[in-house]
Design a protein around this ligand. Structure first.
Ligand SMILES: [Zn+2]
Length: 100
């Protein structure tokens, strides 16, 4: 059991939500960003942007996957080698809203 104050608990859940939002924003932005890169810079710029996007998506995926649950201290989204990006801790079922 993780030892946290109520404020720290809320801040850690907010951190997980922020990382998830950043990751989904990166995923959703792919097509429009590549489209804009193709329009203004052609294939060369699109390749550079695509590589940057891949790096950002990879970093975001790692940051989300390795987020620690403020209640149980385990990885919020990972159990063993499997990853679930659901809104509840895969170990103690704590929701991102602090319920559960
Ligand atoms: Zn947990």
């Amino acid at each position: 059991m993780a030892d946290t104050t109520t404020t720290e608990f809320s801040e850690r859940l907010a951190g997980i939500r922020l990382r998830r939002t950043a990751l989904w924003t990166v995923f959703i932005s792919y097509i429009p960003v590549i489209w804009v890169a193709l329009k203004i810079g052609g294939d060369g710029l699109a390749i550079v942007v695509g590589i940057l996007w891949l790096l950002m998506a990879s970093a975001g995926g790692v940051m989300v996957s390795f987020s620690l649950c403020p209640r149980c201290g385990n990885r919020f989204h990972m159990k063993g080698i499997s990853t679930s990006w659901g809104s509840r801790c895969v170990h103690c079922k704590l929701g991102l809203d602090g319920q559960g």
